[in-house]
Design a protein around this ligand. Structure first.
Ligand code: BTN
Length: 320
């Protein structure tokens, strides 16, 4: 842990005021350095009061996705061990790709308070109001052929749905392939992009956008947030920790050879799409019928009125 993080920890664990002298002695840094770190922390938004002869006291922690806040008590093995946090960014996807190309390790998380070019599936825009949602991308290096990437996407959907259940006490549904819905409205979305060479996945970037404290007026039509759904305000750091833990454990299930079954089972149990009449617009055009099942590669099987079953590997679903 670096001196900055140790000062935060010191202040958090302190019962009241801690003197600059005590911190300087324990952390083996000069009084001037302590002051400099306190100044940095205040600029990061920490509320720290200073009283002559008594010292410093932490009165508030900022509502920001700061790496050391996310990592405190996280207990994951790789997910979120390396975090790159931005205040403002074009898209966390682009930053994650850049880092992935530079060899960033599996589990590296890129997050931002806001994105001005946030993107969704099929070229859509992902609205990212500052400090209201979680906008992040995770770098993964799975041993999967590119053709099986849909499995990872479905795994992410299951993991995210469970994390939001644990964080907010809701039971999200999943619209194929990976929209997270609550009360029929979109709460979160997942975007999977990959870098492959010679039919081998080099790395994958899984982007997640979650509407957390977004108010109704900030949401696009048909969207919901944890706030609009529950009437409560959430600590985004806590929600993000749930996501990292849940995703890491589901990713481990997927990594175990031949263990896509538990993912499929969990996905099907939350599916808002199966057994519904759907219109799927995919690369090969539009298909209409009953969504009968999920194929073992994550594709959607649609039975047309003629009885013919069509397999859709990608696309956009309209229910009903
Ligand atoms: C979708 O439902 O269409 C996917 C939305 C994915 C949005 C996230 S926000 C963080 C990451 N950066 C982006 O530009 N997009 C993803």
């Amino acid at each position: 842990m670096n001196a900055h993080d140790r000062i935060v920890q010191f202040l958090k664990e302190a019962d009241g005021y801690v003197s600059g002298e005590e911190m300087s002695e324990t952390l083996k840094i000069s009084r001037a350095a302590v002051w400099k770190y306190i100044d940095h922390l205040r600029k990061d938004g920490y509320g720290i009061t200073a009283v002559p002869h008594l010292g410093y006291r932490l009165v508030s922690v900022p509502d920001k996705l700061l790496p050391h806040e996310i990592q405190s008590g996280l207990n994951t093995r790789t997910f979120g061990k390396n975090i790159v946090a931005f205040n403002t960014v074009g898209s966390t996807m682009d930053e994650a790709f850049r880092l992935g190309m530079e060899g960033a390790p599996e589990g590296t998380l890129v997050c931002a308070e806001t994105q001005h070019k946030g993107r969704g599936r099929l070229g859509r825009v992902w609205s990212s109001p500052r400090a209201k949602g979680i906008y992040c991308s995770l770098i993964l290096r799975p041993r999967l052929p590119p053709g099986q990437l849909a499995r990872l996407t479905l795994t992410a959907a299951v993991a995210l749905a469970e994390a939001l259940r644990d964080a907010a006490g809701i039971e999200p549904a999943i619209k194929w392939p990976n929209d997270i819905l609550v009360g029929g409205k979109k709460l979160a979305g997942i975007l999977t992009e990959l870098r492959a060479e010679a039919d081998q996945v080099k790395f994958v970037v899984v982007g997640m956008g979650i509407n957390v404290n977004t108010s109704a007026s900030q949401l696009v039509d048909g969207a919901a947030s944890l706030r609009t759904e529950t009437g409560r305000i959430f600590n985004r750091v806590v929600v993000l920790r749930h996501i990292l833990r849940s995703f890491e454990s589901w990713y481990a299930v997927l990594g175990t050879r031949g263990r896509f079954d538990p993912v499929m089972k969990a996905w099907k149990a939350r599916s808002a799409t199966l057994k519904k009449r759907v219109r799927v617009t995919g690369p090969g055009g539009m298909v209409e019928g009953l969504a009968v099942d999920l194929d073992t590669d994550g594709a959607l099987l649609v039975r047309q009125d003629s009885g013919v079953i069509v397999k859709q590997t990608a696309g956009d679903v309209v229910h009903g």
